[in-house]
Design a protein around this ligand. Structure first.
Ligand code: I3P
Length: 124
């Protein structure tokens, strides 16, 4: 999914499987349940799908979880999980997601790209 990533700088992260746990839904605490999700970053959204095939099926009734990045906060956390490479996204509506992947470099790539998307969509 990231072939040619170094060439196409800003939006290199088309899609990848990340471990995701939604721990709060609009301020309401959720039971932590790590799930491998096919994750796609757009200019201002993060899309979670159960699998890659659903990626293009963003119509009503599809199971895509859409995270609005405008006004979100993204930070590394070592307290909310025993796993390595975990960062948290808190949306402006108070939903909280933990994202994790074994590879440091993959985690760093997503963290950086999501922060950039947050910054540019929040200013816009
Ligand atoms: C949780 C599960 C999670 C773990 C979480 C456990 O148990 O083992 O993987 O989070 O720890 O509560 P269960 O499946 O019974 O709900 P990490 O893998 O992120 O450590 P936590 O309660 O300390 O968050």
């Amino acid at each position: 999914a990231v072939a040619g990533a170094a060439v196409f700088e800003p939006v290199e992260l088309k899609g990848e499987h990340l471990n995701v746990a939604k721990i709060s839904d609009s301020g309401k605490k959720q039971r932590k349940n790590w799930t491998s999700m096919w994750t796609v970053l757009t200019l201002d959204q993060l899309l979670f799908n159960k699998d890659r095939q659903q990626e293009s099926a963003q119509k009503p009734g599809s199971k895509t979880d859409v995270v609005q990045l405008c006004g979100a906060v993204v930070e590394w956390t070592t307290e909310k999980s025993s796993r390595k490479n975990v960062f948290q996204i808190t949306t402006n509506t108070g939903s909280e997601y933990l994202l994790q992947v074994e590879s440091n470099s993959t985690a760093n790539k997503w963290y950086d790209a999501i922060r950039k998307a947050v910054n540019s969509s929040t200013k816009a």
